[in-house]
Design a protein around this ligand. Structure first.
Ligand SMILES: [Zn+2]
Length: 397
């Protein structure tokens, strides 16, 4: 959109902020865990319908389509799920909710990642674009996805038939509130902005024995210790210097008593990279090291290695990001627009634009516009995200 049409669409922003803030507080008070967002989806669907959108609930999420003549099809995505975190903000609208998670445990629930803010902001944009159809033309798709925190939601919507349910977007945009660089600023980054990531569950087998007779068993604790140490060499010795990669062992479970050598051990790993090929290289190295260490330890059974929670790379298209950044500069002023740089966090947004039949070019982005997120916005400098005592300020300075 031109600067004048942007300002025309935003002319009534002051008239919607009251209901946006009320909705934000309502969502913050009533968070729902990943893939359980039924009340949130119903509220979003009700509002999109009232704005005049064609609304489809699909794969646990909801998408509203607004046809407005000739022009590009633009998808704007917000995520809507909350985290199993006990809120400690002390806010009058703090969550006291609990829910039963996928493992059957009752857990506290909090919008600790700001997705309630995303819903309120995206619904505001949907309302203003519907209100001022005379200021722009094309097709606008307001998409609200479940289950971002578990990497399940974008996949769920795609698997349920999202590609056939809505016009194929020429551009897909996403955003995230952040705690830095400063409240009231917005930021973008060209190219990889968020890493691709994955988790691995590694189970290795030993042979149980009494702790006083280690020579009669195969100790999976010692085996695991060797694996954890050796895994540290993947990034330091196998990746080229300067190539980003992370291999973290976040959990190591084995045994129950001091004097019993257990039968097995389980490790949970997390990996990150700015290149899908590097991610695959990390996985291959982990498989090789785990298998070889098991053989070296005379493990009686091959290890089991399961890959899960795979996040795609978030790789911003240069042309789209340049246009969004310029629009930010025109509207907010250059002092409020910053270069964010890469972040090692991950998210599943790109599964939507990368779905089959959606353009995912490698190289010629001008001829085949890639659908990417331009980058997060920031709302509050003092808050760390995903943290019990923190929530974004509805009105940054
Ligand atoms: Zn988030």
């Amino acid at each position: 959109m031109s600067t004048s049409s942007t300002e025309a669409v935003l002319a009534d922003l002051g008239q919607i902020t009251d209901w946006q803030e009320e909705l934000y507080r309502q969502l913050h008070r009533n968070p729902e865990l990943s893939m359980q967002e039924s009340e949130t989806v119903a509220e979003i669907a009700r509002r999109l319908t009232a704005f005049g959108y064609d609304v489809t609930e699909i794969g646990g999420g909801v998408v509203g389509v607004l046809h407005n003549g000739d022009g590009p099809t633009v998808l704007f995505r917000a995520d809507i799920d909350a985290l199993p975190v006990k809120e400690a903000t002390g806010l009058p609208y703090a969550s006291t909710k609990t829910a039963v998670d996928a493992e059957g445990s009752t857990v506290p629930v909090m919008h600790a990642c700001g997705h309630d803010m995303h819903v309120a902001a995206a619904l505001g944009a949907a309302a203003l674009l519907a209100e001022h159809r005379d200021a722009w033309s094309g097709t606008y798709e307001a998409l609200f996805q479940p289950g971002e925190e578990t990497a399940a939601g974008a996949r769920s919507m795609v698997d349920a038939g999202l590609v056939d349910a809505i016009p194929r977007p020429d551009v897909a945009l996403g955003q995230h509130v952040l705690a830095s660089p400063a409240a009231g600023q917005v930021g973008t980054t060209v190219g990889p902005i968020l890493s691709t990531g994955a988790c691995l569950r590694v189970t290795v087998y030993g042979q149980g024995s009494h702790g006083s007779m280690p020579h009669l068993g195969v100790d999976p604790v010692v085996l695991s210790a060797a694996i954890v140490t050796r895994l540290q060499t993947i990034v330091s010795r196998e990746l080229p210097p300067g190539q980003f990669g992370v291999v973290t062992v976040g959990s190591l479970q084995a045994g129950t008593k001091a004097n019993i050598i257990p039968d097995d051990a389980t490790m949970l790993l997390n990996i990150r990279a700015y290149d899908t090929g590097v991610r695959e290289q990390l996985v291959a190295a982990i498989r090789r090291i785990v298998t070889a260490e098991c053989e070296a330890a005379a493990s009686p059974r091959p290890p089991e290695i399961e890959l899960y929670d795979i996040y795609p790379l978030t790789d911003n298209d240069a042309d789209v990001t340049a246009r969004v950044t310029e629009a930010f500069v025109q509207h907010f002023g250059p002092d409020r627009v910053v270069e964010l740089g890469r972040m090692t966090a991950s998210e599943d947004f790109s599964i939507i634009p990368d779905a089959p039949e959606t353009p995912t070019p490698t190289g010629d982005s001008a001829a085949s516009p890639r659908t990417r997120r331009p980058g997060p916005t920031t709302t509050r400098a003092s808050a760390r995200r995903c943290n019990p005592p923190c929530a974004p300020a509805p009105r940054p300075p």
